[in-house]
Design a protein around this ligand. Structure first.
Ligand code: NI
Length: 260
C-alpha cells in the first residue's frame, strides 16, 4: 500500500515533536497553527470509533506538509452526546468542548499565534467550535494579550469542502447518507487498510432524519447509520477524497494566513 499512500509519515510539523525554542523561532516568520478536531463515536456497525479523529488528524498532517504550518496535537474528543447510546463513544458536553477549545486558543495566542485553523472531522463540533472562537476573541482581548487584536480563527470541516462533497456525491449518490458515510469510512481504509476486513453488506439503513439525544438516536438509527452504505467504501476512493480535501484546505489555509 505504501506506494500509493499520499499521506506524510515524517510528521515534521507536529508540535508535539518540537522543542520550545523551535516554536519560538517558527513564530518569527509564521503565526499560523492547525488544530485537528475529531470525535470518538460510533460509526455504524462496521466503522472505526475513531473515524472523525483519524481523518481530521491525517488530513491536517498532509495540509501541514504542503503549507509548512505547525499542527497542534489532535483533539480526539468532540461533542458526540447523541452517539452515547453506542458502546465506545466518548463525548464532551458542549460546555466542556467550548471551555477546552477556548483554553487551547488562548494558550496559543499568548505565545503569538494569530491564525488558528481548525481542521474538523465531525459535524457535531461545529456550533460549539464557533462559540468557542467568539469566547476566545473576547477573553484574549480582556486578558490584554498582545496578539489579541490580530487573532483570527477558522473552522474547516474537511467533509464539507465542495470538491470533497461533489466527489462523494459522484461516487455514492444517495448512499452517502449523513453518518458513517462511505466517504469518511473510505478515508479510514486509506489510512488503515486492515479496517476493510470489517466491511460487509448491510441491510437498508434508517433514512436521514432529525437528532434528539442519544436514546432517540439509537431508536431512530438502530445500527448507528443515517442513510449511508459504508460497504461501498474503498481505500482507493479514500485516497481520492483525501487528495481533494488536502488541496482544498491547503488553498483555504494559505488565503486565511494572508487575509487581513
Ligand atoms: Ni464521522
Amino acid at each position: 500500500m505504501s506506494a500509493t499512500r499520499t499521506l506524510p509519515e515524517n510528521h515534521n510539523w507536529r508540535l508535539q515533536l518540537w522543542s520550545w525554542p523551535e516554536v519560538e523561532c517558527y513564530l518569527k516568520h509564521n503565526k499560523g497553527v492547525i488544530l485537528p478536531l475529531g470525535s470518538t463515536e460510533q460509526h455504524g456497525p462496521t466503522g472505526a470509533i475513531g473515524t472523525d479523529s483519524l481523518t481530521a488528524d491525517a488530513i491536517a498532517q498532509a495540509v501541514a506538509e504542503r503549507t509548512g504550518v505547525l499542527v497542534a496535537p489532535p483533539q480526539p474528543f468532540g461533542m458526540a452526546e447523541h452517539h452515547l447510546g453506542f458502546p465506545g463513544t466518548i463525548s464532551l458536553q458542549p460546555s466542556t468542548l467550548l471551555a477546552l477549545l477556548q483554553d487551547v486558543v488562548i494558550s496559543l495566542v499568548r505565545h503569538g499565534f494569530e491564525r488558528i485553523y481548525v481542521i474538523n472531522g465531525h459535524g457535531g463540533n461545529m456550533a460549539t467550535a464557533r462559540a468557542a472562537f467568539s469566547q476566545a476573541h473576547g477573553r484574549s482581548a480582556s486578558l490584554g494579550l498582545a496578539s489579541a487584536p490580530r487573532l483570527r480563527c477558522k473552522l474547516a470541516s474537511w467533509f464539507l469542502a465542495p470538491a470533497v462533497m461533489s466527489h462523494a456525491r459522484q461516487l455514492y449518490g444517495e448512499r452517502e447518507g449523513q453518518h458513517a458515510t462511505p466517504s469518511e469510512i473510505a478515508v479510514t481504509l486509506h489510512l488503515y487498510p486492515h479496517l476493510a476486513e470489517k466491511l460487509r453488506p448491510l441491510p437498508e439503513p434508517a433514512p436521514v432524519g432529525s437528532i434528539h439525544g442519544w436514546e432517540d438516536f439509537r431508536r431512530r438509527y438502530p445500527d448507528g447509520r443515517m442513510g449511508s452504505d459504508p460497504s461501498l467504501a474503498t481505500a482507493a476512493a479514500g485516497q481520492q477524497l483525501v487528495d481533494r480535501a488536502v488541496t482544498a484546505l491547503s488553498e483555504d489555509l494559505q488565503r486565511f494566513l494572508k487575509a487581513p
